[in-house]
Design a protein around this ligand. Structure first.
Ligand code: ADP
Length: 840
């Protein structure tokens, strides 16, 4: 009987295990709970239920998602567990109250008037009442007439708004703002209108902004006329708020998408196209306004968020997200003007158009936010792991210098591994967002490199604004954060290089041989919210836990590096170069097909031959480009401020001739006096010029995605490796070329030559910087005067400012102070007249 039973069991293994799996799934299935106590909008409830989430009790403070219509106190955000999400950021009030917005925008306008010109001139009352009156008097003197609009700082729905023809009549009230009235708005069917644009901010560290492809166009209900004393009080003509116009007899509920007092952005786009207006440019301008406004807010939001979540590891999922409603008005020239930002945009759905837009908006926003049931378990596991790490940390004094060095190296390696995990997680997250953004479009970080640089500059400026107010420790940690996040953004392959470098060192030292792991394994995919996809799947099994990630075998080429390369290359590199980049990979694939393999049919062989032929042709073209690049690199020289190329060359020769004397001095200058930032700046002098050269030769602005520039970046990183030891080793003839030993990239001899030339330029650059510092020091000693700003606090060294190394603003500083730069051995005129233009 028993035997029979066993036999039966043996014949029914599937049924049994299926049953077991089903019971397990039932037991382990977790719900994504949502606390909707804080919202009055029915559409929010509908959307979360459609997504498969479970609305929980009002007092459930541990729900996965907390939704609130209004502002959330910061201590509530501090108390949240890291698996929870809430629909507001702390600090967002800095752009969502009219007076705060005006103050923050005005700071940025002062620093960057050409960038921040999208907000009507605003005065905050009562503080700026006199300035307003003086402005109005000046206008009168010039016989100009302007209308002013008066608004409560914290007002909404048009409440308390009034127009004034005469600024003297404006009351000196508390908590109000006065704005110049935009008198010539863009009209639709003769009505004034404004746009409600929805924006999702999914994270503030790093900043991520998504723009929804639809929104509302709200029309006035009385035909617009330019303001006069007679029509100033006609609110249905001058204000476009729904809450005001719905009381008008002429308010029309839209029967179709083309009619009514409330229309969609989709309609607007069509309307524009029909009237021959270029919609893409309009939206590029609107995105620009949104990004710049968010840049204004970011320092506050970032600071407030960090205060609320002090222990949160950089790069971990944001517990906050926010859907903002930007109110933008177009003038007759279609310039977008920012009126205000709502952090609690209405999710009321009085009309079908509201429902259609808002339910899609909420659904897509929650998909990007990607709440996962498994996060709760992960959160506990991560807490446990962190506690264990703390316990296992070595304590007490170290026995000797070697141990200390090793501990330092270990620490650095751990940091690099953490960085690698973060980069990979970020990449996986970005890939997930790109795949699941629905009708949202990512507008920040932008894909275009120039845009990126522009916004980084503005970000640094916004942060330095706030940092100078915060001061002290917070200031420096904030600067470091920003530097890490937006300036020294490492890529995965760069971190792998740095890690590999440590490992090479260790092997050379004869220690820890055999440990060849190149950092934690990459995240192969982003775990995603499964509530709406397959509620029966046990998320704890389907999602990757952090610990599990480490165990994934690493593919030959890191997933992210390959995909990001493909992505950017496809998007921006000219076809001929794009194919060149691709060819390398294809070529090696073709070569590796064994000629005598069994499935190597004629067809197969001829295809592979074709590919090889194409690849050869493309490779030749790429070779040619590298050749041109090499020739121009050979022509480049480091310029010594105020001296000719020949004189600079002489200086270099002299240093080398007396190397015994200079060696310890250069070493102390480079390795001791300069800190890592300043060393980076010296190398950056060469790097920024090489970037320009590559840009010129390859005819692309996106040099970062070119193979050649990636190789260069690895060399530059190598030179900065180990506190500048990398470059210093080159003086002793030690080669950096080992960095390519383990590389999966095939590096041609010409590419190698380019790298060698770059190293030479960096060496020259260091020597010239060193000599320049010496000269300045000697000069200041003999003249008995203190010299200008310096690189390391040592008197006498004039260093281009950080921004000066990056772009046009430096030009002034280079001109006025003179500085070190790379020069081209060419007709003097092209250089001496514009010394900061290194090459054209
Ligand atoms: P509220 O928060 O009360 O809605 P807004 O600043 O959005 O206040 O202004 C309400 C309406 O007033 C806008 O929708 C727009 O039609 C009009 N408006 C506001 N500011 C200006 C301005 N500077 N120029 C022209 N119209 C404006």
């Amino acid at each position: 009987m028993l035997m029979n039973h066993n036999l039966m069991n043996a014949h029914q293994p599937d049924e049994d295990s299926n049953r077991k799996r089903a019971t397990n799934a039932k037991r382990t299935r977790r719900k994504i709970t949502v606390n909707l106590q804080g919202t009055r909008y029915e559409v929010v409830r509908e959307v979360v239920e459609k997504l498969g989430y479970t609305v929980t009790k009002d007092d459930d403070s541990l729900a996965y998602l907390l939704w609130n219509d209004t502002y959330v106190p910061t201590d509530r955000i501090s108390e949240m567990k890291s698996f929870q999400r809430i629909n507001h950021f702390p600090g967002m009030g800095e752009i969502c109250r009219k007076d705060c917005l005006a103050r923050n925008l005005s700071r940025m306008t002062k620093a960057h008037p050409e960038e921040y010109d999208f907000s009507p001139k605003t005065w905050i009352l009562p503080q700026e009442y006199n300035t307003l009156q003086n402005y109005s008097k000046d206008l009168k003197k010039k016989k100009k007439l302007k209308i002013f609009i008066f608004k409560p700082s914290n007002g909404a729905m048009g409440n308390g708004i009034a127009l004034y023809l005469n600024a003297e009549k404006i009351p000196q009230s508390e908590h109000t703002v006065v704005q110049e009235y935009l008198e010539r708005p863009f009209l639709i069917d003769g009505f004034k209108c404004d746009l409600r644009i929805y924006v999702l901010v999914s994270s503030c560290d790093p900043l991520k902004i998504f723009l929804f492809d639809d929104g509302l166009v709200r029309l006035g209900t009385e035909h617009y006329q330019e303001p006069t004393a007679q029509n100033l009080a006609v609110l249905f003509m001058h204000l476009t708020n729904y809450s005001i116009n719905k009381h008008s007899d002429t308010y029309e509920k839209g029967e179709t998408v083309h009619s009514g007092s409330k229309r969609s952005l989709k309609f607007l786009n069509e309307y524009m196209r029909r009237n021959g207006i270029e919609v893409a440019t309009l939206w590029a301008n609107i995105s620009d306004v949104i990004i710049k406004t968010m840049i204004c807010a970011l320092p506050h939001v970032h600071h407030a968020y960090k205060m609320c979540r002090p222990g949160q590891a950089p790069g971990s999922d944001s517990v906050c997200f926010e859907i903002l409603g930007f109110d933008i008005m177009l003038d007759r020239k279609l310039k977008p003007w920012l009126l205000e930002i709502n952090r609690s945009p209405s999710f009321g759905t009085n009309e079908q158009i509201d429902y259609d837009i808002k339910s899609a908006l909420l659904t897509d926003a929650l998909r990007i936010v990607n709440i996962r049931a498994s996060d709760k378990k992960k959160n506990l596991a991560a807490q446990k792991a962190a506690a264990q790490r703390r316990l296992l940390q070595p304590r007490g004094a170290l026995s000797d210098a070697d141990d200390r060095k090793r501990t330092l190296q270990d620490k650095r390696k751990e940091e690099l591994k953490d960085l690698l995990v973060r980069i990979r997680r970020d990449n996986a997250k970005t890939e997930f967002e790109d795949r699941n953004c629905g009708r949202f479009r990512r507008i920040f970080p932008p894909q275009d490199r120039f845009q990126q640089e522009k916004y980084t500059k503005l970000l640094l400026s916004a942060f330095s604004n706030l940092a100078s107010n915060v001061g002290g420790k917070a200031n420096s940690s904030m600067s470091r954060e920003i530097e890490r996040q937006y300036v020294t953004k490492y890529r995965e392959d760069e971190v792998l290089d740095m890690l590999a470098q440590y490992e090479t060192e260790e092997t050379v030292d004869g220690e820890w041989k055999g440990r060849r792991q190149r950092g934690p394994a990459p995240l192969t995919r982003m775990p995603c919210s499964n509530a709406d996809q397959d509620p029966d799947v046990d998320d704890s099994e389907s999602d990757l836990d952090d610990d599990e990630e480490a165990g994934i075998p690493q593919p030959q080429r890191p997933a992210r590096a390959a995909s990001s390369r493909q992505y950017s290359a496809k998007a921006r590199i000219p076809q001929r170069i794009r194919s060149g980049v691709r060819s390398q990979r294809q070529a090696s694939a073709a070569i590796h097909i064994p000629q005598d393999s069994s499935n190597n049919s004629l067809m197969h062989r001829s295809l592979s031959e074709d590919t090889e032929a194409i690849n050869r042709a493309i490779k030749e073209q790429e070779n040619e480009l590298v050749g041109i690049l090499l020739a121009s690199l050979q022509d480049m020289r480091i310029k010594f401020p105020g001296k000719s190329d020949e004189e600079a060359e002489e200086i270099l020769d002299k240093i080398m001739a007396d190397w015994k004397f200079h060696k310890p001095r250069v070493a102390s200058y480079w390795l001791v006096k300069l800190d890592s930032n300043k060393r980076r700046k010296v190398v950056e002098i060469v790097k920024s010029n090489i970037r320009a050269k590559v840009q010129h030769v390859y005819q692309t602005t996106d040099v970062e995605s070119l193979k050649i520039f990636r190789i260069f970046t690895r060399v530059f990183n190598r030179l900065l490796w180990s506190h500048g030891q990398g470059l210093w080793n080159c003086f002793a003839g030690n080669s950096w070329e080992t960095i390519f030993a383990k590389s999966t990239d095939v590096i041609s001899e010409r590419e190698m030559e380019c790298c060698r030339r770059i190293t030479e330029l960096c060496k020259d650059c260091l020597l010239i910087v060193y000599q320049f510092a010496n000269d300045a020091k000697n000069k200041s000693t003999t003249e008995g005067e203190t010299s200008r700003s310096n690189i390391s606090g040592n008197p006498g060294y004039t260093q281009p400012t950080k921004s000066s190394l990056a772009g046009p603003p430096i030009q002034a500083s280079l001109k006025s102070h003179g500085s070190v730069m790379v020069n081209k051995r060419q007709p003097k005129t092209s250089i001496s007249t514009q010394p900061y233009k290194i090459f054209s």
